[in-house]
Design a binder for this molecule. Structure first.
Ligand code: G6P
Ligand code: MG
Length: 218
């Protein structure tokens, strides 16, 4: 029996994955790593410092930057990202997600947020959605980021539910691995070839409804 939902934020609730991509693209240009669709896809769901490391590794630049350089690059990316999201409003909720969150709440499901982003609480406030969630996992308290299961294990604990009673929603390959590792039901939003490890696949957020989920769980 499903009793709750653990949501990723960027690319699931908020149309912000493209802004992370834009800001990381600038970083890649700055350090001399070629920006590719594969790199962009692989960065989804990955924590800030691990994302930077992936960009440096992709260009074989891992040894060219000191720890202080890396912290400055990550700080600059976050600054650029925060500029890009500074005007976020309710209109930046992805199609259908506000309806889905409201109907899930009305139907008695509990919901938590499992985002790697330290900007998540601020974004949820801008979108007017904070009140729907019983809690947000603080990524600063994690020992390992996605694809490790820890964040989705913690998201179920926030809900006071066993993992088998939770559906995790994700737009990233790393996130689907994390949900599956936490023994929850994984619901992927996006290209089913990229997200082939998921239990349930949806092309876009507008298709995510309680009725469609029930139909796919049969
Ligand atoms: C999410 C996004 C990633 C981002 C990570 C850290 O998982 O999908 O693209 O790198 O959060 O976000 P932050 O806002 O803390 O830099
Ligand atoms: Mg995401």
């Amino acid at each position: 029996d499903i009793k709750g939902f653990a949501f990723d934020l960027d690319g699931v609730i908020a149309d912000t994955a493209r802004f992370h991509g834009e800001a990381w693209h600038q970083t890649a240009d700055e350090v001399g790593t070629t920006w590719t669709p594969e790199l962009a896809e692989g960065l989804k769901g990955i924590s800030r410092m691990a994302s930077l490391q992936m960009i440096l590794d992709a260009g074989d630049h891992a040894d060219d930057f000191s720890q202080a350089d890396k912290e400055a690059l990550a700080e600059k990316k976050n600054h650029n990202y925060q500029q890009l999201i500074s005007t976020l409003t309710e209109d930046d909720i992805l199609p259908g997600m506000k309806d889905f969150i409201q109907s899930a709440k009305a139907a008695g499901y509990t919901m938590s947020v499992a985002s790697a982003s330290k900007n998540a609480p601020m974004i949820l406030d801008h979108l007017g959605l904070t009140k729907y969630f019983v809690g947000i996992v603080d990524p600063a308290t994690l020992t390992k980021g996605k694809p490790d299961p820890e964040i989705f294990v913690r998201a179920a604990e926030v809900l006071h539910l066993n993992p088998e009673n939770v559906i995790g929603l994700e737009d990233s390959a790393a996130g689907i691995v994390s949900i599956n590792g936490a023994d929850e039901t994984s619901l992927a939003i996006g290209n089913a070839d990229v997200l082939s490890g998921a239990d349930l696949n949806f092309e876009s957020t507008s298709e995510v409804t309680l009725a469609n989920i029930e139909a796919k769980m049969q």
